[in-house]
Design a protein around this ligand. Structure first.
Ligand code: C2E
Ligand code: MG
Ligand code: MG
Length: 594
């Protein structure tokens, strides 16, 4: 049931064929008080390729485990202590959810009365103990095939081949139980096409059906894609089973294991985007949009029925607002996303209009007090005023805009450095911050090369700052990337050192030239004993590895005095200067010469 081939008309039959091949994915429960018998049956079935088993030797546990594991077939012993097979069979048949579960009776009893009684209770088939392997294989296979055909009719929508509303309600129930047990988030998206009636009226019913099939196909494409990104639930081949056709043009999507509400918003945005390009139906281009409502567990409710109602009414709200949009069911979350969405739009425009400027903060020699270099710090000069990088860099990272922004920063910083070199400060160095996304972007090397070539600066006077968080994962790969940069003659620095995850043993291996002590360790100097110890240790460590040591965020003369007693070579901070525009920095440089 994994492949949702929405482009074929014969959904039902193709799916049954498909199930047939994937029958070995069935979960088989065996209930028998003799573990040896169960072991033999499992062993036999494994040889046919089955691999999902639930073995139950205490019959009192059977019903609970059926509810928990939702088997596709039950192999049931009749004569057991505690609860008998008959009792389990009748409990299964009167259970609202499992009354159609196929049950094969395993019994040593040749008593035909037992058999008749079991048949009356709804047994699907019998197998005599000791079981014969080929007969076992055949019975299990036939029973599963019949079940999958019936399931198909009962649980799938023949038009789109997607699971239907009935399946959705069961899946929601199960997903909620799992989410509660593992304390995970669950998102429910209700999706409805906008003005589908009009589409049907204009192009006819059969073309309307085709629209639904293609829409289902596109949504499935989005789910696969977000899974690959690991944004929502990690790679998961089962994900497509989480889209359901509820009625006419309404679909439901279950998003399991989401983190916060953000994952749901990302998926919703992608679905809207995926539906925008025209569909081609019977040679005509048709434009469709959808309205989406989102409800999340546990944020908005912990009840399945509630979630469904909340998602549907949020969807209606989105539709009444003109459609082609998504809406959370809670107003607090909505206003958060509205703000974010408007910030996203402004940032996108900001990139188009190049609304960024660079400020520069001096890097000063601790001993002499002279400026040795500068660090370029970007600011966004938005129509609503200056925005500091802390407020837009994380968003730019997420939106993938950091790459064009960062490319501009580096280009501009190199150009500016060349200008200062020509103006009589040929030894001045430039530091530029790189975010993780930029660092791992495949065209980083080419971009850096271009900036060096265009500006003609000496690469040794350029330092790229990376943060420790970059080293949190795949450190060996990162070292390879770092070496590639170093080969161009550029220097590398670790920014905000001490706040991240660097293991000291790796520090030795890293091809870096500079360590910047995070402001948090400087802040409470020299009064705080702990800060003194940490700062001294980092300085000692850095200098024994022959790295240039830079202190960040020096604000007081006392802090500077502490640094002057040790081996810290450079510092930055408001004590000397805040980050300033290029012209102001030039004034600072000139002032030193006088
Ligand atoms: P950072 O690279 O560690 O930069 C130092 C930050 O500390 C700057 O904040 C600076 O203004 C601030 N600062 C410097 N001296 C003092 C001081 O004495 N006291 C206090 N309280 N703060 C001081 P800013 O400019 O807001 O930048 C914040 C962070 O944003 C930077 O931290 C850097 O990680 C990032 N960033 C800035 N520009 C860029 C850029 O062009 N690209 C990327 N990827 N990240 C950037
Ligand atoms: Mg920095
Ligand atoms: Mg820093």
């Amino acid at each position: 049931m994994q492949n949702t081939d929405t482009d074929t008309n014969d959904g039902v039959y193709s799916r049954v064929k498909y199930n047939f091949q994937h029958m070995t994915e069935a979960t088989i429960m065996i209930v028998d008080d003799e573990p040896i018998t169960m072991g033999v049956v499992q062993f036999f079935l494994e040889e046919f390729g089955y691999h999902k088993f639930v073995l139950v030797d205490r019959s009192v546990e059977a019903m609970r485990l059926i509810e928990e594991t939702c088997p596709d077939i039950l192999l049931l012993d009749l004569l057991m202590p505690e609860v008998s097979g008959f009792e389990i069979l009748s409990a299964v048949r009167s259970h609202s959810r499992f009354k159609h579960l196929p049950v094969i009776i395993l019994t040593a009893s040749s008593d035909s009365e037992d058999k008749i009684r079991a048949l009356d209770l709804g047994a699907s088939d019998f197998l005599a103990k000791p079981v014969d392997q080929s007969e076992l294989g055949l019975r299990v296979r036939n029973t599963l095939a019949a079940k999958s055909f019936l399931d198909q009719l009962a649980y799938y929508d023949p038009l789109t081949s997607l699971p239907n509303r009935r399946m959705f309600l069961e899946a929601l129930d199960r997903a909620l139980r799992e989410a509660r047990r593992y304390q995970e988030g669950l998102g429910l998206l209700s999706i409805e096409l906008d003005r589908f009636d009009r589409i049907n009226d204009t192009i006819g019913l059969s073309a309307g059906d085709e629209v639904l099939r293609q829409v289902a196909h596109r949504i499935v494409g989005v789910i696969r894609e977000v899974d690959l990104l690991g944004r929502v639930s990690g790679p998961n081949a089962e994900s497509e089973k989480n889209l359901f056709r509820m009625e006419a043009s309404v679909f439901s999507l279950l998003l399991k294991r989401i983190r916060g509400t953000e994952g749901a918003a990302i998926v919703a945005g992608r679905i809207l985007q995926a539906l925008r390009p025209p569909l081609v139906v019977e040679g005509k281009e048709i434009y469709v949009t959808a309205s989406l409502g989102i409800a999340t567990f546990p944020v908005e409710s912990d009840d399945g029925g509630d979630l469904l109602r909340l998602a549907s009414s949020a969807r209606d709200y989105a539709k009444n607002n003109g459609g082609d949009t998504f809406q959370f069911s809670s107003s607090a979350i909505n206003s958060m996303y509205e703000k974010r969405l408007s910030l996203e739009n402004r940032l996108r425009k900001g990139v188009e209009r190049q609304e960024f400027v660079l400020y520069y903060q001096p890097k000063v020699d601790v001993g002499s007090g002279f400026i040795r270099g500068v660090e370029a710090l970007v600011r966004w000069d938005s129509p609503d005023g200056f925005v500091s990088p802390g407020d837009f860099i994380p968003l730019a990272e997420e939106m993938g805009l950091i790459v064009p922004i960062g490319a501009w920063v580096l280009q501009e910083a190199c150009r500016q450095l060349q200008e200062w070199h020509r103006a009589g400060y040929p030894d001045l160095s430039m530091s530029v911050n790189l975010s993780v996304k930029q660092f791992t972007s495949p065209d980083l090397a080419a971009m850096v090369r271009r900036c060096l070539d265009e500006s003609g600066i000496n690469p040794a006077l350029l330092t790229l700052e990376i943060t420790e968080s970059l080293l949190a994962e795949d450190i060996e790969e990162k070292i390879v990337l770092m070496r590639q940069i170093k080969e161009m003659g550029i220097k590398l620095s670790i920014d905000d050192f001490g706040t991240g995850y660097s293991s000291l043993s790796y520090l030795r291996k890293l091809p870096v030239d500079e360590l910047k002590i995070d402001r948090s360790f400087i802040m409470d100097l020299p009064g705080d004993k702990g800060c003194r110890a940490v700062a001294s240790t980092i300085i000692f460590l850095s200098s024994s590895l022959n790295l240039l040591t830079v202190a960040e965020g020096v604000e007081t003369a006392e802090q500077l005095a502490f640094l002057q007693d040790g081996f810290c070579q450079q510092y930055q901070g408001f004590l000397f200067s805040k980050p300033v525009p290029a012209s102001k920095l030039f004034d600072l440089l000139r002032a030193e010469k006088v």
